[in-house]
Design a binder for this molecule. Structure first.
Ligand code: NAD
Length: 324
């Protein structure tokens, strides 16, 4: 039986992947230090939900840090594949604390790989990278073969560095490594500081919504179930060193996003207009042909449907007192 280690599995994307893997009969180990970047109660609830639905003995949680070699070794015992998703996420906070971002996202990745190397045989390794590695590129859509050596934030630089650390590991130890560049992931459980979640909170509470720039910046939003399908496929097909975009392959402007949320909640937003932020990029847009060919990846949930689902989840969680 598979035993998949998910680092960062208490968080948003990792807990969705864990649920899917458990439902399809895999065993799952989560290594997560419950970092207080956002409300830790959300992460604890994610873990409780996994524990409550997992078959007996199929789920294990190791509270620990990916920068701790012993914690990595303990979590890796008998692992048949690794999904390395643990990271400090978020572009803007990385500008305030770049050294910590590099420590967790780069040194943490190297520490985990060093523990992986000590296992008896090669174990497929899937790394959560990001569309932010494309920086301010205006060559659209973004292709995996595009140059990505001009990141515009420490977060983006740390994700690019993570890919490079993975490449060296693959070269030295011939262990299969796949880097997945996620494009703004949303859906139930989305991190509370991300735009869709933050805007929803502001609209529902009737509070001013922080609106950066003139509304023309565009993002390729990806529904979390689509990302999960891509991740599971990557875990099953790991071979060589590969990089894939996992995106919705459709862009939405900031103004359109707010309009969609207003429609979903049946309420007008109050905009608090602010200048564009350093580190933000004008546009993200994924070319997913390579992921489609090699992983069978195909985004299925469009923005209108995805936002409706997010709004239903948000209102239910709010009624239950689980979100602000
Ligand atoms: P998240 O913050 O919800 O999950 C990350 C998890 O990593 C958290 O549970 C956190 O406690 C854990 N973690 C942080 N530092 C750790 C450490 N030192 N040791 C062990 N665990 C640690 O974020 P998410 O939105 O689920 O993102 C998951 C991954 O996908 C991250 O690597 C992120 O950079 C990447 N990504 C996310 C998006 C997105 O739109 N959500 C887009 C691109 C890339």
């Amino acid at each position: 039986m598979d035993k998949i280690l998910i680092t960062g599995g208490a968080g948003f994307i990792g807990s969705h992947v864990a649920r899917q893997l458990l439902a399809s009969g895999s065993r799952v180990v989560i290594l997560d230090n419950l970092d207080p970047f956002y409300d830790v109660r959300i992460k604890r609830r994610n873990l409780q939900a996994l524990q409550a639905t997992a078959p007996s003995g199929a789920f294990e949680f190791v509270e620990g840090d990916i920068r701790d070699a012993e914690a990595c070794q303990a979590a890796l015992r008998d692992a048949t594949a690794v999904l390395h998703i643990a990271a400090l996420a978020g572009v803007r906070p990385s500008i305030q604390d770049p050294v910590r971002y590099m420590d967790v996202n780069v040194t943490g990745t190297q520490t985990l790989l060093e523990a992986l190397r000590r296992l008896p045989g090669p174990v497929p390794f899937v790394f959560a990278s990001s569309s932010s590695v494309y920086g301010g590129s205006d060559k659209l859509p973004f292709r995996e073969s595009d140059p990505v050596d001009r990141p515009v934030s420490p977060y983006a630089a740390s994700k690019k560095a993570g890919e490079v650390v993975c490449a060296a590991f693959h070269h030295l130890w011939a262990s299969p490594v796949t880097c997945l560049r996620f494009f703004t992931v949303y859906g139930p459980g989305q991190r509370p500081e991300m735009a869709i979640h933050k805007f929803s909170r502001a609209i529902v509470r009737g509070e001013p919504l922080p609106f950066f720039g003139d509304g023309t910046t565009r993002r390729d939003y990806t529904y979390v179930d689509d990302v999960v399908a891509g991740v599971v496929s990557a875990l099953q097909r790991a071979d060589g060193y590969r990089i894939y975009n996992l995106g919705g392959s459709h862009t939405t402007s900031l103004t359109e996003l707010v309009q969609k949320l207003e429609k979903a909640f049946g309420k007008a937003a109050v905009l608090d207009r602010r200048p564009e932020q350093p580190g933000d990029v004008k546009q993200t847009y994924a070319d997913v042909q390579l992921a489609e060919r090699e992983l069978g990846f195909r985004p299925r949930v469009g923005m209108d449907e995805g936002i409706e689902r997010f709004a239903r989840w948000y209102l239910a969680e709010r009624a239950a007192g689980n979100v602000a």
